[in-house]
Design a protein around this ligand. Sequence first.
Ligand code: PLP
Length: 226
Amino acid sequence: MAIADNLTAIRADIPEHVELVAVSKTHPVELIMEAYNEGQRAFGENKVQELTTKAPEMPDDIQWHLIGHLQTNKVKYIIEIVHLIHSVDSFKLLREIEKRAKNKNRVVNCLLQLHIAEESSKFGLDEDELFEIITSEEFSGMEHVKVKGLMGMATFTDDESQVKREFEGLKAVFGRAMAEVPASGNWTPEILSMGMSGDYKLAIECGSNMVRVGSAIFGARNYNAG
Ligand SMILES: *Cc1c(COP(=O)(O)O)cnc(C)c1O
């Protein structure tokens, strides 16, 4: 039971205030159920299609996290399934989530994704864009989204000092946003989602309280498996 052992080891490693999201992308339902049977309830997927295929095949008390880039035209497929969208990277996307959530009479939990990595390929807002959104009149009128915090992905590098710098940078932006923008109905900053298999310990040291861990639980991913 490698998955059970991995989960036990990771849980022992992270403090109680940190939530573990098990990133199950590319893995079949049978393997995800092994983690479920160990008490894991929060699972992360990065593709809409995969999430909408797996969710109906699995127990109802799972909390599904969407962690990958979300296209506006796919919001409608997940709006009734998703527990938390980590990857809101534009006002346009937030508007679409508001619209679709309103249609379904729901309030959808979101994180705003900040671009903290050096690579230009990673999605996310910059600090100015974040503040534009959360201080806007339009945002304060949104009643069907709840922005609960921020998410970021560090550069994929062995240079730990760089990763640390990026995590600390995100933590600082989070602190500034909490200090300068008073909490309200749809701005309740409490979650800082940062850290993956290779860097979750460092992320927690830098202030993360939600880590997204895939390969350290389920093993390496095989993207060619279908
Ligand atoms: C795949 C993925 C993870 C997990 O990566 P691991 O290195 O396998 O832990 C975390 N966050 C996001 C956004 C991902 O796409």
